[in-house]
Design a protein around this ligand. Structure first.
Ligand SMILES: [Zn+2]
Length: 648
């Protein structure tokens, strides 16, 4: 782990800020009964507004994607399973192939988040939330037992599972995974969408879950957990946090998968060969439960998982796994060759885990990973002009990605893809006991209504290597502003000016520069974040390298030939880029050592900011060199992210 400069708060803690922020910044906490004591809390989404940037543009595209869907079609499987006449045809693709209903839960989460961040200008998402919750209430009442699922043959299926036939898990497509999406959707509708009725539906659904599992032994539960179950334990833990009723946390613990947790608690990585996204949500929940019940072993296990996945199993853009499974960390050869590179859902869940761990220990190493994965994977996975999301991001040189189409594709990564833009702002700022963390350099406005403070961050980062924070504040307040010194800014390179005057800071790469003072209205903080190009090998140490500028992964744009299925139809495997793969001996390599590569990467300002050329080391030779552009801006095109180093 990268060490962080420890910060010891001074004695003159700003009690005023601490107390008032705790009460008012977290007014939503009134919806939560049990809040863990942790050093850091995140700011409610409704207190953050994204200003103009690629992120705000993606939010608007996401709005179009979400509006293109018909709630009645999303809800059709739920009415069918309650023996009610569906009001519309169910959607096709995964929505009619056994995973029926999973998208409605994601959709509720997504539109709740969009309302929270102010991306609901005409109130349409609010209306849809109210409508869908009313409809789901009818379904739940008709079911009579609290159930709210769309799995085909639900009633008979769950009664048999409840009788102990847990082997039936493998006869359907990830049943608990599917149900987890509606649990999470109801939770988010209550917490972010402000819909009180969703809380009742959620609690009744939790009671159904308790009833259906009450007759199962612990051994039967563990056997059941061999099948992908999403983050069931997290949502049950959340019902505990919301209600304060301990029976839900006990139920959540029954969903802790010991076969996965036990080795992690002993710092053993036994992940090779496992389906990656089956595991990651479990660990997000491992940390959630650890926080709620103060279980150090669970916390340690979750931290170890994060460390081994991010340090040993992740590639330059923050993703992990090949064809959905964890590869041997000593051999990334299959990932280089495969058309199915890292899956977007994995990184969605890794970011949630990162956030959970940051709350327990606000270390910059978490923010460094978050930034890398947010720009290079999450932001890169949504088409900026034609609404659509990416499932696999291959690192196979000169391959490409395909995009979902509204009402056609209902993959897992469409579900999480719909949620991602609503979450872009959630990690930018965090609240400590005596101040604020600035984790990310994304144009945004943070409001702290109780003290009449607005912190506005203006930047075109990463196009410029700096950011500016401006404070509007009713009366002076003392607190510590912790500004992240990213891992990619060299020691002594980070400079901070307050109102135009340089101030002394002590920080090292991957730490926070702590500035404690009495802040006044109009204070302006300018931060310089000099960026550099660098190369990174694959974690297996093989001769494949990626090129980065600051946190931004650079790729060589390829051609647009034969990108079959670029905008996908409703085919079962349409999420895979099936077009021809370029033979690996036909893609350019670099005739250089790792150390030599960087001196051959030169800025190409005539092409625009963040444009580079790699010169004089390409094999076969390219007299003009080859262009490099930020991956997050490259769409509808083949690309080369990794280069093989060859010796002269
Ligand atoms: Zn997925």
């Amino acid at each position: 782990m990268i060490p962080m400069k420890t910060y010891v708060p001074k004695i003159d803690v700003a009690v005023f800020l601490t107390v008032t922020m705790a009460v008012n910044l977290f007014a939503a906490a009134s919806r939560i009964t049990v809040t863990p004591e942790q050093p850091v809390k995140f700011v409610p989404l409704r207190n953050i507004r994204l200003l103009e940037s690629p992120f705000s543009e993606a939010v608007e595209i996401n709005r179009q994607y979400l509006l293109a869907h018909d709630p009645d079609r999303l809800l059709a499987p739920f009415r069918r399973e309650a023996a009610l006449e569906p009001k519309a045809q169910p959607y096709g693709n995964w929505e009619s192939m056994g995973l029926d209903g999973h998208s409605a839960g994601h959709y509720l989460s997504a539109i709740s988040l969009m309302t929270a961040i102010g991306a609901d200008p005409d109130g349409e998402f609010h209306r849809r939330l109210d409508y869908m919750i009313d409809e789901l209430a009818i379904v739940q009442k008709t079911n009579g037992n609290g159930y709210l699922g769309g799995i085909p043959g639900s009633r008979d299926y769950w009664s048999r599972v409840g009788e102990g036939q847990v082997e039936l898990m493998r006869r359907k497509w990830a049943p608990w995974y599917n149900l987890h999406k509606m649990f999470a959707g109801l939770r988010d509708t209550y917490l972010h969408g402000g819909n009180e009725k969703a809380r009742d539906l959620l609690v009744r659904y939790g009671d159904w879950c308790e009833k259906v599992t009450s007759g199962l032994t612990d051994a039967q539960m563990q056997r059941m957990l061999d099948t992908e179950y999403g983050g069931m334990n997290e949502t049950l833990a959340d019902i505990y946090a919301i209600t304060g009723n301990k029976k839900y946390i006990e139920l959540a613990k029954r969903f802790n998968h010991r076969a996965i947790f036990d080795p992690l608690e002993n710092h053993q990585d036994r992940l090779t060969g496992l389906h990656a996204n089956t595991q990651i949500p479990k660990i997000t929940e491992m940390e959630r439960i650890a926080a709620l019940v103060h279980n150090e072993k669970l916390h340690t296990g979750a931290g170890f998982f994060w460390e081994t996945v991010t340090q040993n199993r992740s590639v330059a853009f923050g993703g992990n796994s090949v064809s959905e499974h964890f590869n041997d960390p000593r051999d990334f050869g299959r990932m280089i060759e495969h058309r199915e590179g890292p899956e977007t859902c994995n990184t969605y869940n890794m970011l949630r885990l990162t956030k959970g761990l940051f709350k327990a220990e606000p270390k910059a190493v978490y923010a460094d990973f978050y930034e890398r994965a947010l720009y290079n994977h999450i932001l890169a996975s949504i088409h900026p002009k034609k609404p659509g999301y990416v499932y696999f991001t291959p690192i196979r040189p000169d391959h490409y990605r395909v995009y979902s189409q509204p009402e056609q594709a209902f993959w897992c990564c469409v579900g999480t893809g719909m949620e991602n833009p609503g979450r872009y702002g959630e990690f930018i700022y965090a609240r400590a006991r005596d101040g604020l963390y600035v984790n990310l350099f994304i144009p945004s406005e943070l409001s702290v209504p109780n003290i009449g403070m607005v912190l506005r961050q203006e930047t075109t980062f990463p196009d410029e290597a700096s950011t500016q924070l401006k404070l509007q504040i009713k009366k002076p307040v003392t607190f510590t502003l912790n500004i992240r010194h990213p891992i990619w800014v060299n020691t002594d390179d980070l400079t901070v000016k307050v109102n135009g005057r340089s101030i002394d800071i002590e920080s090292t790469p991957s730490s926070y520069a702590a500035i404690r003072r009495e802040w006044k209205n109009g204070d302006t903080i300018d931060v310089e974040l000099p960026m550099h190009t660098r190369v990174e090998r694959l974690p297996d140490g093989s001769d494949w390298v990626a090129i980065l500028y600051g946190p931004i992964v650079l790729v060589k744009p390829g051609n647009t030939d034969n990108m079959d299925g670029l905008f996908t139809d409703d085919g079962r495997m349409a999420h895979v880029a099936q077009g021809p793969m370029i033979p690996l001996d036909k893609v350019p390599a670099l005739l250089a050592t790792e150390e030599e590569v960087i001196s051959h990467v030169v800025p190409d300002r005539s092409a625009g900011s963040l444009h580079f050329r790699i010169m004089n080391v390409i094999e076969p030779a390219e007299p003009e060199g080859l262009p490099l552009v930020p991956f997050f801006r490259l769409h509808e095109r083949r690309y080369q992210m990794y280069w093989e180093l060859k010796s002269l």
